[in-house]
Ligand binder design. Structure first.
Ligand code: ATP
Ligand code: MG
Length: 357
C-alpha cells in the first residue's frame, strides 16, 4: 500500500445524512472548513452508518441524503480537488477501530456524554433507542482517530465527543504504545503513541439556535433553514423566529435568538450596533422590522450557494465520482492507521490491500 505523504496537518470533520445541510452547519463548521482547506489536509466524512442509529428504517433516504450533502458541500465552496470527501461505510478501518475502541471506554462513561443525553431528550427517544445509538459516540472517536487528525472543526455540541476521542487516544497510547500516563497530551506521538490527541476547533458561532428560538438548529428538529430553501421560504422561516417580545416600544433583549441571527448574518457592523441599541431601548423597532433585514442578509449569503448547487442538480454520476476518489484516498490513510493500531495491539497477522472495482 502507498504511504500517504502530505505534510500538511490533518483535519477531520463531517456530517450525518439525517437530512440536508442548514445554516447551523455553515456557521458552525463548514465556514471554518473553507479556510482550513487552504492550509490543511482536510477529510470530510459523510457519517452514513451513524444515520442508521436513528433512521434504520429509511435506508433509501439516507443514501439520497449522502449525495445531497455532497452537493451542499460543493455549493458552500468545498473543493474536492483539495479536500477529501468520503463515505463512512466505504472505509472499513473505521468500523474495525470502533470495535477496538469500545473496549477502552467504560460503558457508563459513554452514557454520561452530555451530547448523547441532549439528543435522547430533544428527539424524544426515551428508552427506545437502539444499542447502536450510544455506540455512535464511540464510532465518532474512530472517525477522527482513523485519520490521526490534529483538529476537528465542529459546533459546540461536539465538544464532549472530542473529549471522549482524546480519552480513547490517551488510553490506547498508554496501553499499547508504552506512553507514560504522566506524558503531556501534546507529546504522545513523539513518545511513540499511534494517535495524536485532537483538539476541537469551535468557531465564534458554536451553536446557532433554530427558528423555534430555543433549541440548536438541527436537521432532525424541524427548526432549520436549509441551504436549498428558496428566498421566500427563508423569509417565511425567519419571520417565525419567536422572541416573546410584545411591542416595538418594549425594551428588548439584544441577546435573544433573533439577535444571534442579526449578529451572525448582517455584515454591516454599524447597522448591527444601531439595531442593538434601538432594540434594547425599545426605540420604536419591532421584531417585524428586523426580520426582513435578517432574511435579506441570509439570502445574500445563500445566493451564490444556490447558483453553484444548480450546477450539480440531477447529476448523480458526478457526485459518485467525487465520492469514489475521496473514499480511495480516505482508505489509504485509514488503512495505514489501522495497520499501526493493529501492530501496537498485537492484532496484526497479515498485510492487506483494499481496492474498489
Ligand atoms: P442531527 O439533527 O442529525 O443531529 P445536526 O443538524 O445536529 O443533525 P450534525 O450532522 O449532527 O447536524 O452536525 C454536523 C456538524 O455541524 C457538527 O460539527 C455540528 O456541531 C455542527 N452543527 C450542527 N448544527 C449546528 C448548529 N445549530 N450550530 C452550530 N453548529 C452546528
Ligand atoms: Mg447533531
Amino acid at each position: 500500500m502507498s504511504t500517504v505523504c502530505s505534510q500538511k496537518p490533518r483535519v477531520l470533520t463531517g456530517d450525518t445524512p439525517t437530512g440536508q445541510l442548514h445554516l447551523g452547519h455553515y456557521v458552525g463548521s463548514v465556514k471554518r472548513r473553507l479556510e482550513l482547506q487552504e492550509t490543511h489536509d482536510c477529510f470530510f466524512i459523510i457519517a452514513n452508518m451513524h444515520a442508521f442509529t436513528t433512521r434504520a428504517q429509511e435506508p433509501a433516504d439516507i443514501r439520497r441524503d449522502c449525495l445531497e450533502i455532497v452537493r451542499d458541500y460543493l455549493a458552500m465552496g468545498i473543493d474536492p480537488d483539495r479536500s477529501t470527501i468520503f463515505l463512512q461505510t466505504e472505509v472499513p478501518a473505521i468500523s474495525e477501530l470502533t470495535y477496538l475502541f469500545a473496549m477502552l471506554l467504560p460503558f457508563n462513561r459513554v452514557m454520561r456524554n452530555p451530547t448523547l443525553k441532549d439528543e435522547i431528550r430533544d428527539r424524544g427517544l426515551g428508552d427506545r433507542y437502539s444499542f447502536g445509538f450510544p455506540l455512535y459516540a464511540v464510532g465518532q472517536t474512530a472517525d477522527i482517530l482513523a485519520f490521526r487528525a490534529h483538529s476537528v472543526p465542529v459546533g459546540q455540541d461536539q465538544v464532549p465527543h472530542i473529549e471522549l476521542t482524546r480519552e480513547v487516544a490517551r488510553r490506547f497510547n498508554q496501553l499499547y504504545c508504552g506512553v507514560s500516563d504522566q506524558a503531556a497530551d501534546a507529546d504522545h506521538v513523539k513518545l511513540g503513541g499511534v494517535f495524536p490527541l485532537p483538539v476541537a476547533d469551535v468557531g465564534p458561532v458554536g451553536r446557532l439556535v433554530g427558528t423555534d428560538g430555543k433549541l440548536k438548529m438541527s436537521k432532525s428538529l424541524n427548526n432549520a433553514i436549509f441551504i436549498t430553501d428558496s428566498p421566500q421560504v427563508v423569509k417565511r422561516k425567519i419571520a417565525k423566529i419567536y422572541t416573546g417580545r410584545q411591542s416595538p416600544t418594549e425594551p428588548g433583549d439584544p441577546n435573544n435568538a433573533l439577535f444571534q441571527y442579526v449578529d451572525t448574518f448582517i455584515q454591516d457592523k454599524d447597522r448591527v450596533a444601531e439595531l442593538r441599541d434601538r432594540y434594547a431601548r425599545g426605540d420604536n423597532i419591532g421584531d417585524g422590522h428586523i426580520k426582513p433585514e435578517v432574511a435579506e442578509a441570509v439570502n445574500a449569503l445563500l445566493a451564490p450557494m444556490r447558483r453553484r448547487r444548480g450546477l450539480y442538480e440531477g447529476d448523480d454520476d458526478a457526485i459518485l465520482d467525487i465520492l469514489k476518489a475521496g473514499c480511495e484516498r480516505a482508505n489509504e490513510v485509514a488503512e495505514e492507521t489501522l495497520g499501526m493500531a493493529k501492530d501496537a495491539a498485537c492484532l496484526k497477522f497479515f498485510d492487506r490491500e483494499l481496492r474498489y472495482r
